[in-house]
Design a protein around this ligand. Structure first.
Ligand code: URA
Length: 240
């Protein structure tokens, strides 16, 4: 396994951050500094970061959290707001949020100590679908606007990819996106003249929020984690 991947698996950092740590000369394999993140390691030689030995955790954890509004999904907040990591009690484990939700967005967010899985689930290459329910202003939304949202609209950072969009009831849209640009749902809806009043994520790849109460957390079963890994293993896989 590549050294950077080994470090990500061990929960040291995300794969990209692990590459930087290696390049900085902070990592030794069998006592020798290695600066090549692609160096092959098989676990038989001791790996250390900043002189501390790294062990690959026997088992990774993945949690699903129903994020309430007002909580931020970064690991730390410079404004002192509560973070999603603080809502999950998992002593001795360093958890990473899988992607981001805006502070005012509610719904399903995953947290894991598996930096490699977190990376894959959010990497555009794997196009893991995410489904949102958006309550918008000025409903009902006309067919023309729905079609524009489905086909793609041109935002200031480029056109959006085709999306699944349907109107569940007047002014309430369900949108399934295979990309995850900043405030994308809000910007798309605003673009077609229907600013978002409330936004919630109801599914991430094969996982649904279901009846998990707002603020509640549950650990995913091994079978659910496997389905997530499968969704992030090959391009163009995911829901269903
Ligand atoms: N799109 C948004 O606009 N906000 C989110 O939090 C997630 C997707």
């Amino acid at each position: 396994m590549r050294l950077a991947k080994f470090l990500a698996h061990a929960g040291v950092a995300s794969r990209r951050a692990a590459e930087a740590i290696v390049a900085e000369g902070r990592v030794t394999v069998a006592g020798e500094i290695v600066r090549d993140p692609a160096r092959d390691v098989d676990g038989s030689e001791p790996v250390a970061v900043d002189r501390r030995t790294v062990r690959v955790a026997a088992e990774h954890v993945v949690y699903a959290l129903h994020k309430p509004a007002g909580v931020v999904s970064t690991a730390k907040d410079t404004h002192g707001r509560r973070t999603v990591v603080e809502l999950v009690r998992s002593p001795g484990t360093r958890l990473y949020p899988v992607g981001r939700l805006d502070a005012d967005t509610t719904g399903l967010i995953l947290l894991t100590d598996d930096g490699d899985l977190a990376n894959r689930l959010t990497h555009p290459r794997y196009e893991v679908p995410k489904t949102y329910v958006a309550e918008v202003e000025g409903g009902p939304v006309r067919e023309r606007a729905l079609r524009a949202l489905r086909d793609g609209v041109v935002l200031d950072d480029g056109p959006t990819a085709p999306a699944g969009v349907r109107q569940l009831r007047s002014g309430v849209l369900e949108l399934t996106l295979r990309e995850g640009r900043k405030r994308q749902v809000r910007r798309m809806c605003e673009h077609v003249g229907h600013p978002v009043k409330r936004l919630s994520r109801v599914a991430f790849g094969p996982l649904r929020l279901g009846d998990l109460a707002e603020g509640a957390v549950r650990r995913l079963s091994p079978a659910e984690v496997q389905r997530l890994r499968d969704a992030a293993a090959r391009p163009d896989r995911g829901q269903g």
